[in-house]
Structure formats: structure tokens, C-alpha cells
Design a binder for this molecule. Structure first.
Ligand code: SF4
Length: 570
């Protein structure tokens, strides 16, 4: 289809309205104003004032926060730098953490650790809904004159003839499932910018395209991911204190699988409860959603939930690889920030503060680029120097081997984790020092796996819709909506593999690792073969399939703008 597209020229375009980009845009406005004031007062000499910048943030969700999901306990260090009076300015924190606990769970028992591991001490931090916080930050951005475009998914990166990034294209609207324009067809827009900042979150679809095309992952370790599955519960008054934080290790994960649970007491007797499963698991039978449901059947957890009601559901991947898996953070005309650039601290299970700080350092770099009128790598590489000399480095470098040690199993990881904590990241020969195998390469074939031992993994999970929920019921509580008459945004590049090799070798694990019942193998009455059915309208945009598929033949691309989950208040 030959489409004429509108071109909009901006100075800076941010892709994704998450914490990294919202902080970046706000900080950029502030930094430009400060720069101009210093030039005006003659304190900064030899440089010109920067003209008012045209800044845009594109967001695929129907509103800012719609696709934002996290636990979340936030370390306010970056927010305090951005806005020292954030509480007075109305930042929607749910509660300050008053009590920490660390539980080790066996199948029926609970060991309450007498000492909470220091990385998991959260007193004085804030329990928040990250979705609410992003909504609030977006309001601050708009007050500062930043343009926010919800329902505008960025579908591709635009390059010039020298592979310099010159902006992004937003997705077309109004295409039917056969790929033909409908009556409401609106072509996507080309947003041209001097600097494009990708802050799309975990497994960003443009970040994936960009890093592959420009080789930004060369010399880096493969990224490893985890999937967090979460519910909000309304509990009887007094059942779980506001401000209380519990992290768990053990049940239901086996010792070869990275995993752990959380319970955070929010305002108004709301409990945030969830479970993280490493997507570098070995057993192809693992189902991260079912792991979470099983977690809730532990007597200590079930007792907390007794009398309560599940009110919301969501699932999202996180980049767990850390420092060694961080891509090159710049190229001509582009910077990468936040989760899509691996800024999460896996040991603390925290990434909001590092994401925001990465955005703010990117903003400082952009100011230098406008000062110099140079938007090439020569200037933008300054971003990496800023990261390497900031508290991000001080925090992430000492935990650079944290996740990799879990690829040797839980017990080795605990020994190594302790050693790393004492030595600042060294692991004394227990662990090979070339780390991180990509998760999809670690998945064992059914025939190579001891299935007898694990066959009854989920037989005790009843999915009774009181304590434990099947995927379809949970997805309903994620408020997911996609127009069904559009092309599927889940591109399965070779469905023949699904029906043949994958069925035999792995038992079609997409049916299990997707937390939203999108993938089903069912018999096609015409061919009488089991074939893949993709219920794309259930998709909660977690990106697990793009990551975990052992053949890497699933490509997640942005659907029509506004489609997806509704995580308001999550
Ligand atoms: Fe997540 Fe993929 Fe399932 Fe969508 S289809 S919910 S991205 S695993």
C-alpha cells in the first residue's frame, strides 16, 4: 500500500511513557531552563541559549499508565533528585514501608528469616502503584509544556541513508484483519526528531529492532528476563498492614528455577501480591501463571488471602540480566533508557529509581547535544560516561553477577550471592565467569527432561476462582481490549514448526509461558491436524512469547493504538 504520511518535526521524541522517559522529559525541560538562565547571567560562557524545545512522548496505551505494571516498592532517590518536594506536589504514594520480612517457603512450612537480607530492606521506601505514579508524572510533563500522545504506538525506527536514527513512525489505525484499510483508516505519522529516546520497557519492540540493526549488543551478554504475575486483592480490614512488605523464596519454584514472591500492603486494605519466575527455566512444562497460583495455595499465603477478593490482574516481564547485559546505550540520533536498556537491579528487585535516573542522565546528554548542535554518537556517547560515573554504576556494578549465579541453581546462587555481597560482586570460582545463557537456549527438550519427577507440578492447583484463577478469568481482570478486526500483532514466523518440531520437542510451551491464554494448539477440523491458534485479543503485552519461544519465531509488534491491558491503579 502506497501511503502518504504526515511528517511532524520535533526536537526530541520519547518512545514510551514509563518512569524513565517521563523523568527524562521533565528533567530535560528543567535542564534547558537552567542552562539558559546560566547563559543569560553570564555564568556559562562560550555557549548559546537553547531555543524552546519541541518535546513529544508517544505511548501505545489508551492513557499514560494503562500499560504500566510493577510490584512496586520504589526507592525515591531519583524522584527526590527530580522533584525534591514530590510528596508536597501530590505524588501518589500508597504507603511508606514500615515493616520488612523475608520468608523461605517449603511446601507446607514457613521460615521467617531472623534477618532480612540487606538488599531487601525497604523501610523508608514507598509502596506505590507505578501506573498511578506515571499518570501523575505525565500531568507534570503536560504542565511543563511537553506533548504526550497516548494511543500512538511507535511501530518502526526511521533511519537516514547512513543509518542515523531520524525519528519514529507511529502505527496505522483502521486496518482490518486481512490488512485492508477500513472506513476509519488513519495512516501513522512520521515523527522526526534530532534525538529519539527509547524507553519502551522490557523487550521494547523498537529497541529490539535497533539493537539488532546497529549491533548494539555486540560484546554484551545475552539478556535474561523474568516474568512477574500479579494480582491486587481487597482484604478484610486489618488482615495485612498497610506499609508491610514480605518477599519470599522457595515454594513453588524448583531449585533450578529462579523465582520468588511478594506481598505489599497498600492503602485501603489492598494487597499487591505476585510471583516472579525466571524465563531462563529448564523444565518446558513450567507455567509462570500457574506458579503464581500455586504460590497462593501455600498455607501461610492462603491464610492471608482468606476472606479477600481478587480485583485486578496483570503480567509483565522484567530485564533481569543487569550490568553485563546492558547494550550500547547510544547511536547516532538515539539513546536507550530504563528497562529496555537493562537498568534494573535484580538483587533489590528494583528498577524504577535506576530507570528514572537513566532518563535524567539522558536528558543532561541531550542538553549538551543541543549546546553543541551535534546529535551524533560523538556527543551522545557522553550518556554512557554519565551512567558510569553516577550512582547507577555504584549500585549495579557490584551486583553484576547476581542473576547469572541463579543459572547454577538456588543453593549455589545463595552461596554466591552471599560472597558477592561481601566482595562487591566477585564469586570465588563457584561460578563460571562468563555468565548468562539466554533463557530460550536453556529450555530442555521434553525427552531430555525428567518429566516423571515434575509431571504433577500443578495437579494441586484447583483454579477454584476463589483463591486460584485460570488464565481466562485473570485476563478479564486485566481489562484487556483489542479491536478484533485488525491484523494480529503476534507474528509467528513459521507455524509449521509449531505443529511439528515444537509439538514433539517441547510440547508447545507457548501454551504455558503465555500468562494470558493467547496460544492454543487445537485440531483444525479441515486438516485434522493440531495447529496453532493465536487469541491475540487476550494479550497483556508482557512480551514473554517474544522472549521465551525456543525457536525465536514469535515477533511481538505493536497493535493498533489504545489496545491492550488497562492497569489503572495497578
Ligand atoms: Fe505476553 Fe505474548 Fe501472551 Fe501477549 S501473547 S500476553 S506478549 S506471552
Amino acid at each position: 500500500m502506497n501511503i502518504e504520511r504526515e511528517q511532524l518535526e520535533m526536537d526530541v521524541v520519547f518512545v514510551g511513557a514509563g518512569p524513565a522517559n517521563l523523568a527524562a522529559a521533565l528533567y530535560l525541560k528543567k535542564a534547558v531552563a537552567e542552562h539558559n538562565e546560566l547563559v543569560e547571567k553570564g555564568i556559562k560562557r562560550g555557549v548559546k541559549k537553547i531555543d524552546e524545545l519541541e518535546i513529544g512522548i508517544v505511548e501505545k496505551g489508551s492513557f499514560v499508565g494503562a500499560h504500566i505494571l510493577s510490584g512496586a516498592v520504589m526507592d525515591p532517590i531519583a524522584l527526590r533528585e527530580l522533584m525534591p518536594d514530590f510528596l508536597e506536589q501530590g505524588c501518589p504514594v500508597d504507603a511508606a514501608v514500615t515493616e520488612d520480612a523475608f520468608w523461605y517457603l517449603t511446601e507446607n512450612k514457613l521460615l521467617n528469616a531472623p534477618i532480612v537480607p540487606p538488599p531487601l530492606k525497604n523501610k523508608g521506601k514507598y509502596i506505590i502503584s507505578l501506573s498511578k505514579m506515571c499518570e501523575w508524572l505525565a500531568e507534570k510533563c503536560e504542565e511543563a509544556g511537553i506533548n504526550i500522545f497516548p494511543e500512538f504506538p511507535a511501530s518502526e525506527v526511521l533511519y537516514d541513508e547512513n543509518d542515523r536514527v531520524i525519528g519514529i513512525r507511529t502505527g496505522d489505525k483502521g486496518i482490518d484483519k486481512e490488512g485492508h484499510p477500513k472506513g476509519n483508516f488513519e495512516p501513522g505519522v512520521d515523527l522526526l526528531a534530532k534525538v529519539t529516546v527509547l524507553g519502551e520497557g522490557s523487550r521494547g519492540s523498537l529497541a529490539k529492532q535497533l539493537t539488532q540493526r546497529l549491533g548494539l549488543n555486540e560484546g554484551k551478554e545475552p539478556q535474561v528476563f523474568s516474568l512477574g504475575v500479579k494480582e491486587l486483592w481487597e482484604l478484610p480490614a486489618g488482615k495485612f498492614e498497610e506499609g508491610k512488605v514480605i518477599h519470599t523464596l522457595g515454594f513453588p519454584s524448583d531449585t533450578q528455577t529462579y523465582g520468588g514472591g511478594w506481598l505489599y500492603g497498600m492503602k485501603n486494605n489492598i494487597l499487591s501480591i505476585g510471583y516472579v519466575t525466571g524465563l531462563d527455566y529448564v523444565d518446558p512444562n513450567i507455567d509462570p501463571h500457574a506458579e503464581f497460583q500455586k504460590f497462593k495455595t501455600h498455607p501461610a499465603i492462603a491464610e492471608i488471602l482468606e476472606g479477600g477478593k481478587m480485583i485486578k490482574y496483570g503480567a509483565k516481564t522484567i530485564n533481569a540480566g543487569g550490568w553485563w547485559t546492558m547494550p550500547q546505550l547510544y547511536a547516532d540520533g538515539v539513546l536507550l533508557v530504563g528497562d529496555c536498556a537493562s537498568f534494573l537491579n535484580g538483587q533489590r528487585i528494583k528498577g524504577i529509581h535506576t530507570a528514572m535516573k537513566s532518563g535524567m542522565l539522558a536528558a543532561e546528554t541531550i542538553v549538551s547535544a543541543f549546546e553543541q548542535g551535534d546529535f551524533t554518537s560523538k556527543t551522545l556517547k557522553e550518556f554512557e560516561r554519565k551512567v558510569n560515573t553516577s550512582w547507577i554504576y555504584d549500585e549495579l556494578y557490584p551486583v553484576r553477577n547476581f542473576h547469572a549465579s541463579f543459572q547454577s541453581g538456588r543453593w549455589m546462587a545463595l552461596v554466591n550471592g552471599g560472597l558477592q555481597f561481601i566482595t562487591g560482586g566477585y564469586a570465588w570460582g563457584f561460578m563460571p565467569m562468563e555468565h548468562h545463557v539466554a533463557g530460550h537456549e536453556r529450555m530442555a527438550k521434553l525427552e531430555d527432561f525428567n518429566n516423571e519427577k515434575f509431571a504433577d507440578r500443578y495437579t494441586n492447583v484447583k483454579f477454584d476462582k476463589k483463591l486460584t484463577f485460570d488464565k481466562v478469568t485473570d485476563v478479564y481482570h486485566a481489562g484487556v481490549a483489542h479491536d478484533e478486526d485488525q491484523p494480529s500483532h503476534l507474528h509467528v514466523l513459521d507455524t509449521e514448526i509449531c505443529a511439528t518440531r515444537c509439538a514433539e520437542e517441547y510440547g508447545n510451551p507457548c501454551q504455558r509461558f503465555c500468562p494470558a491464554a493467547v496460544y492454543e494448539m487445537e485440531v483444525n477440523p479441515k486438516t485434522e491436524r493440531r495447529e496453532l491458534k493465536v487469541n491475540f485479543s487476550n494479550c497483556v503485552h508482557c512480551k514473554t512469547c517474544d522472549i521465551a519461544d525456543p525457536y525465536q519465531i514469535i515477533n511481538w509488534v505493536t497493535p493498533e493504538g489504545g489496545g491492550g491491558p488497562n492497569y489503572k491503579g495497578m
